[in-house]
Design a protein around this ligand. Structure first.
Ligand code: TPP
Ligand code: SF4
Ligand code: MG
Length: 305
């Protein structure tokens, strides 16, 4: 009844249907089940997801108590995109072309350990959606540094912070995938739900390999208040730390244009993993973000000409 009254007062922009049930096993404030929830709201039930080791494999729970209502294939760490290719090939043989195949992997399972499988699937032109949910470390095994851990961040294998002097930032996986030949690429964030769903729907309708980089907060690993997960995610976008954009046919667009970026310090100070940073370190991180953001702006601008 409440829902019916609500529908008279509000215009719903997010689909009602839920393909993630309550009862998953993520920590409070985790972005991963939110990201999967929005993915499935966008794609609907005609979807098969395959997942390697990582929090993404553990969060749905253990059979028969399972929180995901679409077929879900677990497999070894290094082979996400290869498994997606296999599922897609089997569906093609059976003439089932209305099912979306999604390879869903963490940052460690993508930018480091699953990279060759991903590159191979893009090279073969597999028609699938690859989503990297990025919590910026190997969280499921105890917060080890990955190639996607940002500059300066504490992890259990970078106790003094990921090398700030060498300005060792995140691997630029989107650029790698673009060079590899993806048909479509985009970044999404759990803090911008409508944009998330619109982007996934758009990707679904494009043929070929699609790469989605999804920002996914991890309060446990980032040493932050779980209640601030969405605030932190929003600040990542507003500071330019994690810009929202898409790529297709050599052109880039911002999907969330930020007119005046906030200082990156506002983002860093909410997270314990950055608490050791000195003012000089924060300035280094700001300089890195400014440089990468300026490069992205130049690409967006070039596409407007
Ligand atoms: C070949 C191999 N190496 C290491 C592991 C151990 N392992 C399981 S999950 C995991 C961390 C995964 O990190 P990521 O892909 O970023 O996902 P997250 O846990 O952060 O969600 C590791 C190292 C494994 N299962 N297989
Ligand atoms: S460790 Fe992090 S990514 Fe894993 S379930 Fe907990 S909050 Fe989510
Ligand atoms: Mg991770």
């Amino acid at each position: 009844m409440e829902g019916i009254e609500d529908s008279k007062r509000y215009k719903f922009t997010i689909p009602h249907d839920e393909l993630i049930t309550p009862g998953h096993s993520a920590c409070p404030g985790c972005g991963e089940p939110l990201a999967m929830r929005y993915l499935l709201k966008a794609l609907g039930p005609r979807t098969i997801i395959n997942v390697p080791a990582g929090c993404g494999a553990v969060v749905p729970g253990v059979w028969p108590r399972y929180a995901v209502k679409v077929p879900f294939v677990d497999h070894a760490f290094e082979c996400t995109a290869a498994v997606s290719s296999g599922i897609k090939a089997a569906l093609e043989k059976k003439g089932q072309d209305d099912i979306t195949v999604v390879g869903w992997a963490g940052d460690g399972g993508t930018v480091d350990i699953g990279l060759q499988a991903l590159s191979g699937a893009v090279d073969r032109g597999t028609d699938f959606l690859y989503v990297m949910y990025d919590n910026e470390a190997y969280m499921n095994t105890g917060i080890q540094c990955s190639g996607s851990t940002p500059c300066g961040a504490w992890t259990t294998t970078t106790p003094g912070g990921k090398d700030i002097q060498q300005r060792q930032g995140k691997k630029r996986i989107m650029e790698m995938m673009i060079a590899n030949g993806i048909a479509y690429g985009a970044t999404v964030s759990v803090a911008y739900v409508e944009d998330f769903i619109r982007t996934i729907r758009k990707a679904k309708d494009i043929k070929g390999p699609k790469f989605i980089h999804a920002y996914s907060p991890c309060p446990s690993g980032w040493r932050m208040d779980p209640r601030k997960a969405i605030e932190v995610s929003r600040l990542a976008v507003r500071t330019g730390f994690f810009p929202l954009y898409e790529y297709r046919d050599g052109r880039y667009w911002f999907t969330k244009e930020i007119k005046k970026r906030k200082p990156v310090e506002e983002y860093l100070r909410l997270q314990g993993r950055f608490k050791h940073l000195t003012p000089a370190d924060v300035a280094e991180v700001q300089a890195l973000v400014d440089r990468e953001y300026a490069e992205l702006e130049a690409k967006v601008e070039a596409g407007r000409r």
